[in-house]
Design a protein around this ligand. Structure first.
Ligand code: UDX
Length: 462
C-alpha cells in the first residue's frame, strides 16, 4: 500500500471542473484522487444545483467546492438543453470569482482541468494567466470520429454512400458503429453543440488528459498524439478495485442517485459464483416502453439470476407483475453500487448500454459484457467490446429498431452459459483486466503520464 505523497512547502493547486452528470463526475473525481495521492492540492468543483447529494469541504483526499450554476440548491432543469444554457450563463462568472478568491491565498490555482465539452474554460483560464487542459470522458476512437466528422473527407463520403468507413488507425466501421451524434443532432441540439465544441481551441491546450490507457487504444492514441499532446491516464477506477496502491481510498465515490447498496450486496452474496446478469443502462439512457418490456421478458427467458437497475424515472415502464413473476430469479433496484457489484464473484456478465465508464469498469474488473448501446459514444464502444477487445457480444437490433426478447436470451446464453464463445470471452476479459491494472500500477503507462503531469506542474514557478 502506498501512502499519499507528502510534499514540503505548499502543494500546487489544481481545479477540476466536470459537467455535473454522473458519467463525467465519476472519472474526474477518481482522477482528482490520484492527483492528490501524488501530493497535489485538488479542488473539485460541483454545482449548487446538486445540493445535498454532493458533499463539500475535505472529502476523500481532495477539497470539494460548490460553484453557482444558475440554479438554487436542489432546483432542477426541465431539459438537458435548458441546463446547458443556464450553466453556460452562470459558471464563467462563478469560476472567475473562485480563481480570484484563491489568488489571494497561499494556494493560488496553477492549472484547471476541465471537462472537454467545456472548452471555453481554457480561454477563461488563460485570460487569468492560468494554464489548462481538457479531460476526455470518451475514448480516443470516439474523439477521432468526431474530428473526422468535422473534417468531412472519408467519413462524409462513406456516410453519403452508405458504405463501410475506413479511417486511419481505426478498425473498419459500419454506419451503426459510429457515435449517434455523427449522424446529426436529432432532438439534442444542445448536446450536439457541446460535443463538437471540443475541438474549438484544442490546439492551445498543453495537456489532453484521457480516461483510457495506451494498451487499449494503442494505434488511435498514437494517431491522436501525432496531432495533440494526448496523455491517457485511465482507467480512473478507484484504487481499491484496481491496483490497490492507495491506502486512503476506502470511500470511493459520489453518487447523484441513492444506491440500494446493502440490498444488492446481500442478494448477490446469496447467489452462486458467475450466475448473475447485472443489467444497467447508466444515468441518462431511457428505453421505450416496448423495449423495456422485451428486455424484461428476455431476462426471464434467459433463466439466469438478474440484478437490474431501473432508475426511478423508468420504473413505470417495467411490465406489471414482472417483479412478482420473477421474484425468485431477480432483483430490481433504482441504483446500485456498480463497482462493488461488478467486483462481486456472483456476477457472470454485464448487460450494458456501453457508457464509457460502465464499459471501462467492466473491462477493468474482468466482467464479460452483453452490449446494448443506445446513443452518443455507445455504439462505437460496443463495436470495440465485441470485435476489437472481444470481451463480449453486441446485441442485434431488428429492422424496426427493437431488440427482441429472443435476442436478449441468446446473448446472455452466449456470454454466460453454454455459448461457443464463452471461454474465449472470459480469457480476453481476464487479459484486459490485467492490462488495466498494470497501466495504473507504479511505472505503468497511465501512471507514468500522471507522474509526468504532476512533475511538470510542480516545476513551474507560481
Ligand atoms: C455518459 C455516457 O453515456 C458515456 O458514454 C459518456 O462517455 C459519459 O457519460 P452514462 O450514460 O451515465 O454516462 O453512463 P456511464 O458512462 O456508464 O456512467 C455511469 C456511471 O454511473 C458509472 O460510473 C457507473 O459505475 C455508475 N452507476 C451506474 C452506478 O454507480 N450505479 C448504477 O446503478 C448505475
Amino acid at each position: 500500500m502506498e501512502m499519499r505523497k507528502q510534499r514540503t512547502g505548499s502543494a500546487s493547486h489544481v481545479l477540476v471542473l466536470p459537467l455535473p452528470i454522473q458519467g463525467h463526475i465519476n472519472p474526474m473525481l477518481q482522477f482528482s484522487k490520484r492527483l492528490a495521492s501524488k501530493g497535489l492540492k485538488v479542488t473539485l468543483l460541483t454545482p449548487t444545483s446538486t445540493g445535498n447529494s454532493m458533499p463539500q469541504g475535505n472529502v476523500f483526499s481532495i477539497n470539494i467546492e460548490h460553484i453557482f450554476d444558475g440554479y438554487k440548491e436542489g432546483e432542477r432543469a426541465a431539459t438537458a438543453d435548458e441546463y446547458i444554457e443556464r450553466f453556460m450563463g452562470a459558471v464563467p462568472l462563478s469560476l472567475t470569482e473562485l480563481i480570484e478568491k484563491y489568488s489571494a491565498t497561499q494556494t493560488p490555482v496553477k492549472f484547471i482541468i476541465y471537462d472537454s465539452i467545456l472548452p471555453w474554460v481554457l480561454d477563461l483560464a488563460k485570460s487569468l494567466g492560468i494554464e489548462g487542459g481538457p479531460f476526455f470522458t470518451q475514448t480516443c476512437a470516439v474523439t477521432a470520429l468526431y474530428y473526422h466528422k468535422l473534417q468531412g473527407g472519408a467519413l462524409k463520403t462513406a456516410m453519403e454512400e452508405k458504405s463501410l468507413v475506413s479511417l486511419p488507425s481505426l478498425p473498419q466501421l459500419e454506419l451503426n458503429d459510429l457515435p449517434s451524434l455523427v449522424h446529426g443532432p436529432g432532438s439534442y441540439p444542445g448536446v450536439y453543440g457541446l460535443i463538437f465544441s471540443q475541438f474549438s481551441n484544442i490546439d492551445e491546450a498543453s495537456w489532453l488528459l484521457w480516461n483510457t490507457f495506451n494498451e487499449l487504444e494503442d494505434e488511435i492514441v498514437d494517431w491522436m498524439a501525432s496531432k495533440w499532446p494526448v496523455k491517457p491516464i485511465g482507467p480512473t477506477i478507484p484504487s481499491m478495485f484496481l491496483d490497490k496502491r492507495l491506502e486512503d481510498d476506502k470511500e470511493y465515490g459520489i453518487s447523484l442517485f441513492n444506491p440500494n447498496s446493502e440490498t444488492c450486496m446481500k442478494w448477490l452474496d446469496s447467489k452462486e459464483p458467475g450466475s448473475v446478469v447485472y443489467v444497467s443502462f447508466g444515468s441518462l439512457a431511457a428505453l421505450t416502453d416496448d423495449q423495456m418490456a422485451e428486455l424484461a421478458w428476455g431476462l426471464k427467458r434467459s433463466n439466469a439470476h438478474f440484478l437490474w437497475v431501473v432508475r426511478e424515472s423508468e420504473k413505470q415502464k417495467v411490465p406489471a407483475n414482472f417483479a412478482e413473476e420473477t421474484a425468485e430469479m431477480g432483483l430490481i433496484v433504482t441504483w446500485s453500487p456498480q463497482l462493488e457489484v461488478l467486483a462481486h464473484k456472483s456476477v457472470g456478465c454485464f448487460m450494458t448500454h456501453c457508457g464509457w465508464n460502465s464499459t471501462l469498469e467492466a473491462l477493468s474488473l474482468g466482467v464479460p459484457m452483453v452490449a446494448m448501446p443506445q446513443w452518443t459514444d455507445q455504439p462505437t464502444n460496443a463495436k470495440f467490446v465485441a470485435d476489437v477487445w472481444q470481451v463480449g457480444v453486441r446485441i442485434k437490433v431488428g429492422e424496426n429498431g427493437m431488440v427482441t426478447r429472443e435476442e436478449i436470451e441468446r446473448c446472455i446464453t452466449e456470454v454466460m452459459m453454454d455459448g461457443e464463445r464463452r471461454d474465449e470471452i472470459r480469457t480476453n476479459s481476464e487479459k484486459w483486466k490485467k492490462l488495466a491494472i498494470m497501466a495504473m500500477d507504479e511505472g505503468g503507462s497511465s501512471d507514468k503520464n500522471i507522474e509526468e503531469f504532476v512533475a511538470k506542474l510542480e516545476s513551474k514557478q507560481q
